[in-house]
Design a protein around this ligand. Structure first.
Ligand code: ADP
Ligand code: MG
Length: 356
């Protein structure tokens, strides 16, 4: 990677994971600025873009900045009447409007290299049903589920029979969200209706899933693209604070979770998880990075849970630790991501956009 490159790091966003994203991006900026010129851009909770001095939450000195569609990779600072040329965009955005393909679509229109999965893989990865279907296609076990759509009536009695058959606990969750927002562990039929109404506050589609009770939660990082994707070491997180790995355990409660890298797993389970993760990434047509999450049951069987195409990237997040454990230092991971962004962009440039 050319060290004279200017990298725009995008973070914050109109998402329930805004704060988590700022935290991730602070580490990414700090690590990259040792080598590159960084342009830190906060997207506020209304979706407005601001140029910052350093990556943090909103400050009074932030300056409005806007992307320019008609001039490849250019940003405009109205109050200074100044243009900034960006070589690579690095979206460190979690969840809605950032990780779900929408930002990737905008970056495609800006015709600029950007880090991570493209529009399709991002959108599919964000949707917990579509990503399960992808996993099944790749031959990976996934937990049984029922999908509900808001304003489409469903048979409550039949749903309760289904839940009874799976056995409680059941997990109810928004189909396209993260950080455990809107997720409820349902222990009996009486709690189901309320959990459904709660999840519908965050999304128009929700999943009701068979619960893997007392599951070991195991995570595997992915780096690369297509057939050349590499999986990291497996890691595990344990919630010490609540009944499951909820938002509080993840980010609020001090000591709310315990991280173990490498995860304590039977060798076969570890190998399965790494293989499953790579296969899912390939079928998803992932590029750059992702983290695949699994629930391991008492018998040591791994069930695919979800894939995050922009996983947590702060120094305390799993993704950097998983690759450190695999012998790849974080600055090298980030360098590889930037190089891949440029390679992917250059490859796209070779495609004809006119008939011959
Ligand atoms: N089917 C399930 N069985 C057991 N635990 C689950 C299940 N689904 C979710 N959970 C618990 O809820 C947490 C959040 O759910 P998850 O599907 O990972 O959503 P998010 O995208 O918000 O992280 C998981 O880390 C796990 O602790
Ligand atoms: Mg999760």
């Amino acid at each position: 990677m050319n060290e004279s490159y200017t990298i725009a790091v995008l973070y914050g966003g109109k998402s329930t994971e805004h704060e988590v994203s700022v935290h991730s991006a602070a580490t990414v900026c700090r690590t990259l600025q040792r080598k590159y010129r960084i342009v830190p851009i906060l997207i506020d909770k209304e979706g407005k873009w601001f140029l910052q001095q350093t990556c943090c939450e909103k400050t009074p000195s932030d300056v409005p900045i806007t992307p320019v569609i008609s001039d490849k990779g250019t940003l405009f600072v109205p109050c200074k009447n100044e243009y900034i040329k960006i070589d690579v965009f690095f979206p460190v955005l979690h969840g809605t409007n950032g990780e779900d393909g929408t930002m990737q679509g905008l970056l495609e229109c800006l015709e600029v290299p950007y880090v991570g999965c493209g529009v399709l893989a991002s959108a599919m990865g964000m949707d917990k049903e579509i990503s399960k279907l992808i996993a099944l296609q790749a031959g990976v076990p996934t937990v049984p589920y029922v999908k509900l759509t808001r304003d489409v009536p469903y048979e409550e009695a039949a749903l309760k029979v289904w839940a009874e058959k799976q056995g409680y606990p059941i997990f109810v969750k928004p189909i396209r969200l993260g950080s455990s927002v809107g997720v409820t562990k349902v222990k009996d039929a009486a709690q189901l209706t309320q959990a459904i109404a709660f999840a519908f506050r965050f999304d128009t589609d929700i999943l009701i899933e068979k619960g893997i009770d007392n599951a070991q939660e195991v995570f595997c990082g992915l780096l690369g693209e297509g057939a050349k994707v590499r999986s990291s070491e497996c890691g595990e997180l344990k919630s010490l604070a609540g009944e499951f790995f909820d938002y509080e355990a993840k980010y609020i409660t001090v000591g709310g979770c315990e991280t173990r890298v490498p995860a304590v797993l039977p060798e076969k389970t570890r190998a399965d998880i790494r293989h499953y993760s790579e296969e899912i990434f390939k079928v998803l047509r992932g590029s750059g990075l992702a983290r695949a999450d699994f629930l391991v049951d008492k018998e040591g069987k791994a069930w695919f849970s979800e894939i995050n195409t922009i996983p947590g990237m702060s120094e305390t997040s799993l993704y950097p630790q998983l690759f450190e454990a695999a012998g790849i230092a974080y600055p090298d991971v980030l360098d590889e991501l930037l190089a891949l962004a440029i390679k992917t962009y250059q490859r796209k440039q070779t495609v004809l956009t006119e008939r011959v």
